[in-house]
Design a protein around this ligand. Structure first.
Ligand code: UDP
Length: 367
């Protein structure tokens, strides 16, 4: 069985790494399973792509479509054209897509139109917020997926409501957490740790990249001002996503406790995350990682597609009004942030379960 693994953007690399490991493991045992890694090029620079291949030991992609840059539509079109050509030259038995980025949706559409079955990893999650490009990507992808691999029971329920038969849904857990457990002992102190005099449990880690939060410069400014006002003397470390960097440049903001840095490698970022007093973010994946590491997480969003991080984990959604930051930080500094638990099946074994299902589907001639 030949599988195309599609990856295009930062969170994808973290999700595919353990799946590739599990495929190689089974192939070495003589099982009939091979993969072709297709990098769409949606994220292409060292900070957002190359360093993840190095640190997570992901093999070099066989194909790099270099379809990055441009608007959502341009990117989507370029990825679709590139992947269609690839499948015309050499087709495959299964197209495996992960997450909710443009590459996920674009390649799923091309594959299905060319009669290649699609497996979606992290299927079924829904924020209910149709203004998020990711929500559109999720809905479109899941409307044409053949086999759904889910992280939680609530994702299964969403898919069942959509009318998907339960035989096509596999609750397997979270491959992002496989990667976290695999590398947790090797997280790396960033080179600036000593220079900034950082101390464990005594700084805030901040990430922001959702269009609704960062495209409006006054909104972004409001967040930063409130965070700095209520983080009583602790440094705020802000690895800046390329989307956010453009707006921040125009803001020209500076403060002695605010440290703007380039996006970090996975090992350095998660060292900072694991040892932070709290993480403030609008990311999805980071809320899962902080839940597993037991680190308080304040999410600047009105909704989440990952409700388990709130219901079971350490995450709180405080909305997108900067004024809500004050009371969340008060609870944090009082030391009364909730303690979380880890969602079922987020145990580091998810990719093995996925590959076991794929082998079975193939044996049963369903692929
Ligand atoms: N991440 C990283 N370096 C950074 C910021 C994030 O390695 O500077 C990792 C983080 O640990 C998580 C993933 O990137 O695994 C989350 O990606 P992002 O927030 O871009 O996407 P989302 O999860 O919101 O789709």
């Amino acid at each position: 069985m030949n599988i195309d693994i599609i990856a295009g953007a930062r969170p994808n690399f973290i999700k595919i790494a353990p799946i590739i490991d599990a495929i190689i493991y089974q192939a070495n045992l003589g099982r009939n399973i091979n993969f072709r890694l297709v990098h769409t090029g949606q994220h292409y620079d060292k900070n957002m792509s190359g360093s993840f291949f190095e640190q997570l030991g992901i093999p070099q992609p066989q194909i790099n479509m270099e379809a990055g840059g441009g608007s959502q539509a341009e990117q989507c079109a370029n990825i679709m054209i590139g992947y269609e050509k690839l499948l015309q030259e050499e087709s495959t038995d299964l197209c495996l897509v992960v997450g909710d980025v443009t590459s996920t949706m674009a390649c799923a559409i091309v594959a299905r139109k060319m009669n290649v079955p699609v497996a979606h990893i992290e299927a079924g999650i829904r924020s209910g917020d149709w203004t998020m490009p990711e929500e559109i990507n999720r809905i479109v992808t899941d409307s044409i997926t053949n086999y759904f691999f889910t992280t939680t029971n609530s994702a299964n329920e969403n898919l069942r409501k959509q009318g998907i038969e339960k035989e096509r849904i596999f609750l397997v857990g979270n491959t992002m957490i496989d990667t976290l457990y695999k590398h947790q002992n090797n997280f790396k102190k960033p080179s600036f740790w000593d220079g900034l005099n950082l101390k464990k449990g005594n700084y805030i880690l901040l990430t922001l990249h959702r269009p609704a939060n960062v495209d409006d410069k006054l909104k972004l400014q409001g967040f930063l001002e409130e965070i700095l006002k209520h983080t009583i003397n602790v440094p705020v470390i802000f690895p800046v996503h390329p989307r956010t960097a453009k707006v921040l440049l125009a803001l020209n903001i500076s403060h002695e406790r605010l440290h703007l840095i380039n996006p970090l490698g996975y090992l350095e970022f998660n060292y900072l995350s694991q040892n932070a007093l709290a993480v403030i973010t609008d990311s999805g994946g980071i809320t899962e990682e902080t839940t597993v590491m037991g680190v308080p997480c304040i999410t600047l969003r009105d909704s989440t597609e990952r409700p388990e991080t709130v219901e079971l984990g350490t995450n709180k959604l405080i909305g997108t009004n900067p004024k809500a930051i004050k009371s969340a930080l008060k609870i944090l500094f009082e030391g009364s942030w909730k303690k979380g638990t880890i969602p079922p099946l987020w145990d580091g074994q998810t990719a093995k379960r996925i590959v076991a299902v794929l082998l079975k589907l193939n044996e049963n001639k369903q692929l």
